[in-house]
Design a protein around this ligand. Structure first.
Ligand code: CDP
Ligand code: CDP
Length: 225
């Protein structure tokens, strides 16, 4: 069949969204879109420019004049901000600690959601984030809400971080993740929330491959009808 569907994957930090979404996209020959990377890119720019993070208008203007490109690559994607490769710098602890605050600004969300919908227009997109199924792509044929316990999510992050940041601890990461969960779930605009028609997938005891397999199965079912 030539028809393509769109796949929305939402959930809290460390649930496995990006790893699993990437695998699903690879299996189906679809494009993976990491919307968190977009919010991180705007946050990086705001921090570099010393923008006032309490000035919503200024932040929205900054988002408006930022050129964000997600370039698909084997095994991942490159993030280009105004021509500069920022794939690495958007993952720093500093950006991570400020991103939820920036992402809560409605005008910033408007700018980025427009961009995300434009990308999804071509179909055949696997998009992950916090509000994809509820707000960005309410018509996505497959919606998954991915979760795992806070401890398991923190342990996963710790495994990724321990070499780069020997001071990272599972306890510290649990705190940081819980704080981000709270701020993402309690904000007024497009909070993190399971869509009514999303399938809940707890990955606490699944490998990334097992989680990807389940989603690919949902996609194949949606493609057959
Ligand atoms: O990879 P990780 O789970 O750490 O987070 P991310 O997906 O890179 O997203 C970083 C932050 O961007 C989240 O904590 C949210 O505050 C925000 N975000 C959002 O508000 N809406 C989205 N669709 C994606 C991310
Ligand atoms: O995108 P999100 O923040 O939801 O999570 P991620 O960055 O894809 O996953 C965080 C880490 O957990 C990665 O190192 C994955 O390899 C790992 N992971 C896992 O161990 N088991 C899973 N079922 C999914 C992810």
């Amino acid at each position: 069949p030539t028809a393509k569907i769109n796949v929305a994957i939402d959930g809290p930090a460390g649930a496995g969204k990006s790893t699993v979404a990437r695998k699903v996209a690879e299996t189906l020959g679809y494009i993976y879109v990491d919307t968190g990377a977009m919010y991180r890119t705007v946050t990086l720019k705001a921090l570099r420019e010393g923008a006032d993070l309490d000035d919503a208008k200024a932040l929205a203007g900054l988002a408006e004049r930022t050129d964000i490109r997600l370039v698909p690559e084997p095994g991942g994607q490159k993030v280009i901000m105004d021509g500069e490769d920022v794939t690495e710098p958007i993952r720093t602890k500093e950006v991570t600690s400020f991103v939820s605050k920036v992402a809560a600004v409605p005008d910033i969300r408007n700018v980025l959601v427009r961009l995300q919908r434009d990308i999804a227009d071509r179909r055949g997109v696997v998009m992950d984030g916090r509000d994809i199924g509820t707000n960005v792509l309410p018509d996505a044929e497959v919606k998954v809400f991915m979760t795992a316990s806070v401890r398991i999510r923190a342990e996963r992050r710790w495994l990724e971080l321990k070499e780069k940041d020997p001071e990272a601890t599972v306890e510290g990461l649990m705190e940081a993740i819980a704080a981000r969960d709270k701020s993402d779930s309690e904000r007024a605009t497009s909070p993190l929330k399971q869509a009514d028609d999303a399938v809940l997938l707890d990955t606490s005891h699944l490998t990334a491959d097992e989680a990807a397999e389940r989603i690919v199965r949902l996609c194949r079912q949606a493609l057959e009808v």
